[in-house]
Write a protein that binds this ligand. Structure first.
Ligand SMILES: Nc1nc2c(ncn2[C@@H]2O[C@H](COP(=O)(O)OP(=O)(O)OP(=O)(O)O)[C@@H](O)[C@H]2O)c(=O)[nH]1
Ligand SMILES: [Mg+2]
Ligand SMILES: [Zn+2]
Length: 339
């Protein structure tokens, strides 16, 4: 096991914040207690037990851990970077302790619905959100996709749209609606019973990162995960007669693949966004953040008639923002309001 430097030997000047290496260390100073802690990533959570993959050696057995008492009820979710102490052998019936949770780079949050103030973090530190939508069976809904995009923008994740079941219908009309926003679109489909086609494009989007798949039940998330990570052996199930999935996957699980990590998540009916406001969405389009300083207080950025003085319209008039991009952005804002 590689040993960390002995922190007792360090003086104050050695304790640095490292802004260039986001997420590699917690921002708090390392305390002498648990100086021998080992960094790991949470890959599964089940009834008060966290499965963690040690950083030191990805091929090592996963470690099952409990949350140290000093952490209280601090939420610890899949993707969290944690420090572990205790028995890290990964042998059956051993239990390590999570003693620290690092600051998160990104958070994918959702609420049960828009009026529910209780939000939960679905996945921490995912760099990309793969919004998985079937082109048919179940029928795609732009409102749902738009809300997933909002959650991605608000949580600091880069969204990618993955359209599945292209063997059932033409992907183009649906895909076209998202190109204007600059969201990458990948298309997969399965002729016959084999693995889906179009996986190379998906692999490219997944490469070198932690990525989370989200979408309605039955769209084919677990089918994709199994194709990318054969060892995952995630259960999949037929869509029911009424065109709805069966909620086959019941918990978020992270799997290592040749070039990164992918998180399968349970299907969701809706994506509650009680925690997100219009400014959060606009802020995700970095170049527009400064422009909305010119908006009146409480501007919803929807343009006339709701927000006749929205500064984003001035930007279009001045030729600094493509009209099509503003239309696409506003469709997202409408999705945020509609629930
Ligand atoms: N025709 C077709 N069927 C597919 C494709 N991908 C997946 N399916 C089928 O769709 C059904 C649902 O797939 P799953 O992978 O279980 O869907 P899921 O998104 O993981 O569903 P939950 O775990 O319930 O959220 C299964 O019967 C799959 O075989 C595809 O590209 N084309
Ligand atoms: Mg599934
Ligand atoms: Zn505005």
């Amino acid at each position: 096991m590689p040993r960390r430097r002995d922190v007792h030997a360090l003086d104050e000047s050695d304790v640095r914040v490292r802004p260039g290496r986001r997420g590699s260390r917690p921002r708090s100073k390392r305390r002498p207690a648990h100086a021998d802690a080992n960094r790991a990533m949470v890959t599964a959570v089940d009834r008060g037990r966290w499965t963690c993959a040690p950083d030191s050696d990805p091929d090592r057995a996963p470690v099952v851990a409990m949350r140290a008492r000093e952490l209280g009820r601090t939420p610890v979710v899949v993707g969290d970077r944690v420090d572990l102490v205790g028995d890290l052998s990964g042998e059956p019936d051993t239990l390590a302790r999570i003693v620290r949770v690092a600051d998160r780079d990104t958070v994918l949050r959702r609420t049960a619905d828009d009026t529910d103030p209780y939000e939960r973090v679905v996945v921490a530190n995912a760099e990309r959100l793969i919004v998985v939508t079937a082109l048919a069976d179940p029928v795609p809904r732009t409102g749902f996709v738009d809300r997933c995009l909002v959650a991605a923008y608000a949580g600091g994740l880069e969204p990618v749209l993955c359209l599945t079941k292209s063997d059932l219908t033409d992907p183009e009309p649906f895909a076209a609606q998202y190109r204007e926003l600059g969201v990458p679109v990948v298309v997969t489909g399965r002729p016959g019973d084999g693995p889906p086609e179009g996986l190379d494009a998906l692999r490219t989007e997944l490469s070198g990162r932690l990525c989370a798949l989200v979408g309605h039940s039955g769209v084919g998330k677990s089918t994709l995960v199994n194709a990318i990570v054969p060892a995952a052996e995630q259960a999949t199930a037929q869509v029911s007669g009424v065109g709805k999935g069966r909620h086959t996957t019941t918990a978020a699980l992270a799997f290592p693949h040749a070039d990164g990590w992918v998180v399968d998540t349970p299907g969701v009916r809706s994506f509650g966004l009680a925690h997100v406001g219009p400014d959060d969405v606009v802020a995700a389009f970095g170049d527009l953040t400064a422009a909305i300083d010119g908006c009146p207080r409480g501007c919803g950025h929807l343009g006339p008639p709701a927000d006749p003085e929205c500064a984003l319209d001035d930007l279009v008039d001045a030729g600094d923002l493509a009209a099509g991009r503003l239309v696409a952005l506003r469709r997202i804002l409408v999705a945020l309001n509609q629930g």
